[in-house]
Write a protein that binds this ligand. Sequence first.
Ligand code: PXL
Length: 276
Amino acid sequence: MSYKKILTIQDISCVGQCSLTVALPILSACGLETCVLPSAVLSTHTAGFTGYTFRDLTEDMPAIRDHGLKEGIRFSGIYTGYLGSTKQIDYVASIFDTTGTADCLKIVDPAMADNGKLYPGFDAAFVEAMKGLCGKADYILPNITESCLLTDTPYRTQYNESYIDQLLQKLSELGCKNIILTGVSFEQGYTGIMVVEDGVKRYYRHELLPNSCHGTGDIYASAFTGALLRGKDAYTSARIAADYTMACIQATAQEKDHWYGAKFEPVLIQLIQALA
Ligand code: PXL
């Protein structure tokens, strides 16, 4: 197995099992040298906690980029998650253009919305900027809410395959040819992932678990990225990531006090075994 260096750009939520505190251990467990560029530091994530602190690190980003360039540091993969501001998206675009190896894979999780709503602090200008970043990516991982925002499509909770096909078509018009659309459910009791890779569409259906946890989008995107950088194709990576995310949700079931995140650590071994 070749040893690869990846850069992940997203926030540090000190408490809350999301973004960098999830991506760093998962990508490391996948056997990748994981470098980080924190987009912001928050005391907790914004979904359910109140009164959290938010330190925007936008203005640190160009200097961090330029120092890495001066040192000759290049990445085989760049994976972005929650970004703290619209201006940051421009810096990330320039990091895409300058810091990758010739075959660098760029993965964008446009983490900004769920259940029909933008997360607190995001606005229409952020969505517009995110459309541009998705156009520069090799792989994007939106959920249905994010896909609707990125394609100016009304959000629906009930839909059929032609609605999903329209979303996929409009997402591809942003300029990204590989799409991993998460949370696609056609039947009660089941959900799944729609994967378009090099023009071929495949669906991975799995059970819909009764409990849901915050942060599973970040767990999913990190595991997907880890598998992809380990040489798996997008469909296999999507399947491995879905199975691992389900194991995390199961590990967290019955834990009323653990509402803020998923217990991804005790089941990391399952992800490692799936990649072996
Ligand atoms: O899980 C996505 C995420 C990441 N980072 C922060 C968040 C969220 C979602 O709410 O608030 C700070």
